[in-house]
Design a protein around this ligand. Structure first.
Ligand code: DC
Length: 342
């Protein structure tokens, strides 16, 4: 047997003693039933309640259902702005005959919103926008917080460009690229939740982050057979996962039915500054004017191509991140996602 901590939460309708105890009992019974916990294997139980709950201790529920010789505590939950009201949380530490992956954390009523990854499947968030608008940084942050997978579709176009550059193929020559497309095998794997991209078996996650590859990616992105090949990979990834996918045509094309669509923008000057900073952090000397010009060129290519150009989906929410920091943008999007989870 192993020792595990199992989480759960529930919301209550009214701050009355009866409601607090009844809901706490319901939550405990569900956790115990779904994880097959024996009374004698419970080590301790910690409850927290939001500030608006103060008419009874949820711990009373443990005695009502026969748990009498484990250590129990009740605390007040941190009072975080805009957090879920009228919520009782619990953590049970117990010895269990289960593998960690089989543990069931239980979120009931409105508390389901606290762990969208547990209560829903196939929830998709599309984040589109021009180069440097902060899509990938923000998407990574959100994916980590909500336990979604994050898919960077730009990396796939970059990988096609890297292949062409390595083979001396002109990225703007649609025929040449089409003749080689069958030899370009792209695979996505996740390492500690971070996307790794493989080109014909080689991990090229770092190699695709050069200016030359960025420029080439915008050119290959105009070629129909490239988009067709990558579209299939992108849609397959979204099939069984809760996913945040960023790119240029995710909300308008790849995941037209995404549950949440965001169009993330920022002034070109700010985007160029961010790219310079990013490159400098990787010890790459960056020329601001050159970077700004290259971003403008890519914006033009991405917005004016015939297939799947960068544009806001009709039902996308526009966020301009010019004067917002990463946390502010991420929190805006997370709030929106939680509101969309039933
Ligand atoms: O986001 P990024 O800079 O890594 O994207 C590289 C290029 O790939 C970008 O200039 C346009 C193209 N792209 C695309 O056409 N469609 C996508 N969904 C994602 C990227």
């Amino acid at each position: 047997m192993e020792i595990y901590s199992i989480r759960g939460a529930i919301t209550i309708e009214e701050n009355t003693s009866e409601n607090i105890i009844k809901n706490s009992e319901y939550l405990l019974k569900e956790i115990i039933k779904q994880n097959k916990i024996e009374n004698e294997n419970i080590i301790n139980i910690i409850f927290s309640a939001t500030k608006d709950i103060d008419k009874a201790y949820p711990a009373i529920a443990t005695r009502n259902i026969g748990i009498t010789d484990s250590s129990i505590m009740c605390l007040q939950e941190m009072n975080v702005e805009d957090s879920l009201p009228m919520c009782i949380r619990v953590m049970i530490t117990a010895k269990l005959d289960l593998a960690k992956k089989d543990i069931k954390h239980i979120y009931l009523k409105n508390a389901k919103k606290l762990r969208p990854d547990l209560s829903i499947k196939g929830f998709s968030v599309a984040i589109d926008g021009p180069a440097g608008s902060g899509k990938s940084t923000v998407s990574k942050r959100i994916a980590k917080e909500l336990n979604f997978i994050y898919v960077d579709t730009g990396a796939m176009f970059r990988t096609v460009a890297l292949y062409c550059i390595n083979k001396g193929i002109d990225c703007s020559n649609a025929n040449m690229v089409a003749n080689n497309i069958e030899y370009i095998n792209i695979e996505i794997r996740f390492l500690d939740g971070i996307q790794q991209i493989y080109l014909n078996g080689e991990n090229v996650t770092e190699k695709i982050r050069t200016q030359e590859v960025a420029k080439g990616s915008s050119l290959v992105a105009k070629i129909p057979c490239v988009r067709e090949k990558l579209l299939k990979i992108q849609r397959d990834l979204a099939k069984d996962n809760n996913i945040i996918m960023d790119g240029r045509d995710v909300g308008t094309n790849v995941l037209k039915d995404a549950n949440v669509k965001i169009y993330l923008d920022a002034d070109v000057e700010e985007r160029a500054k961010r790219r310079c900073k990013e490159l400098l952090e990787r010890d790459i000397i960056a020329d601001y004017q050159q970077i700004k010009q290259s971003i403008e060129e890519r914006d033009y290519q991405d917005k004016n191509r015939d297939i799947a150009p960068l544009k806001k989906a009709e039902d996308a929410i526009v966020i301009n991140s010019t004067s917002l920091n990463i946390d502010e943008v991420a929190n805006l999007i997370i709030k929106n996602i939680k509101e969309n989870i039933k």
